[in-house]
Design a protein around this ligand. Structure first.
Ligand SMILES: [Zn+2]
Length: 319
């Protein structure tokens, strides 16, 4: 696609297809107090269903009413985080027009809208619910960030969170698992905010993705098999539960599992940063690397052990 095509598409997308029909129909159904200019800003990486639900809440409508008002045909039933709302390109234009947000901005924020193909924009404005597998489900967004972007109408939103946005450093909340219907407060574990900032710095490193993927696999395995950092991680989990008792009562999984990514986060970031540096150039012996990593993780020692995933990673990348 040429630059001209891109610009033309962006320009076309920012003009609502049928502004008078869309906005008039929606406002006809909205109560007078809610009418007028209601710009509901999307959260970064927000699920489409979450955004449309917040938009409906702002207009004091149910989601199906809002879509009907915007001339969008809805099929199926669902709710976040177990289902996602799939919009046709034309439906996305209608939502953008109603939300007073240029479509390119909306696509930038909502990862599932970004996948739409404008070539099929001749189709009708339609939406359908799609069930999501556990690994694809969004997590609860920071309640205070959500409230701020929802005109105080709601604190509930769901995001397809990128790996570097586990913790809201400003409001000290996190949702490490889609099964958590409330966020976890992290104020009792200040090292999580420090890890968040370290993670942002890590993103500038060219090998960040490989290093992060390896580090997360390694700390997850250590956690599940209770290796190396078990004592520290248990203490951290206890502090998180004391501040967020719903971790215990969520029921669908143990708190140790629900909070796993959060409990291991500081060490995952520290390990990823060390692995990113170690790979360039691979001049150290495996034992040198192990002692450097032990130091960075605040451990007295990490023994060479062929069954340890870290040892396997280090010896694999050296050859
Ligand atoms: Zn926040």
């Amino acid at each position: 696609m040429t630059q001209t095509d891109v610009t033309a598409r962006a320009r076309a997308a920012s003009v609502p297809a049928q502004p008078s029909v869309v906005t008039a129909r929606a406002w006809l159904q909205a109560p007078p107090a809610a009418s007028g200019v209601l710009r509901v800003r999307p959260l970064p990486s927000e699920a489409t269903a979450s955004y449309v639900q917040r938009l409906a809440t702002a207009y004091r409508l149910a989601l199906p009413q809002l879509l009907d008002g915007a001339g969008i045909t809805l099929t199926g039933y669902g709710t976040p985080p177990t289902a996602e709302l799939i919009l046709t390109a034309r439906a996305a234009r209608h939502v953008a027009a109603l939300a007073r947000i240029p479509l390119p901005h909306l696509r930038h924020a909502l990862p599932h809208l970004a996948l739409l193909d404008d070539a099929h924009d001749t189709e009708t404005a339609a939406a359908r619910w799609k069930r999501l597998e556990a690994g694809q489900q969004p997590v609860r967004a920071c309640t205070r960030c959500t409230r701020h972007r929802s005109h105080n109408a709601t604190d509930t939103a769901w995001v397809h969170r990128p790996r570097h946005r586990l913790v809201c450093p400003r409001h000290q909340q996190a949702a490490p698992d889609p099964r958590l219907t409330s966020t976890v407060r992290t104020r009792a574990v200040p090292e999580l905010v420090a890890a968040h900032h370290a993670h942002q710095r890590l993103r500038r490193h060219p090998r960040t993705l490989t290093a992060w993927t390896a580090a997360r696999a390694i700390t997850t395995r250590w956690y599940d098999h209770q290796q190396h950092l078990t004592h520290r991680w248990r203490q951290r989990l206890t502090r998180l539960i004391a501040d967020s008792p719903h971790l215990v009562t969520t029921g669908s999984a143990s708190p140790a599992l629900l909070a796993r990514d959060l409990v291991t986060y500081p060490e995952t970031v520290a390990l990823a940063r060390t692995l990113a540096v170690l790979q360039n150039p691979p001049h150290r012996t495996t034992d040198d690397a192990l002692s450097l990593i032990a130091h960075r993780l605040g451990l007295p020692h990490l023994a060479s052990n062929a069954n340890d995933p870290l040892w396997a990673f280090l010896t694999h990348t050296r050859h």
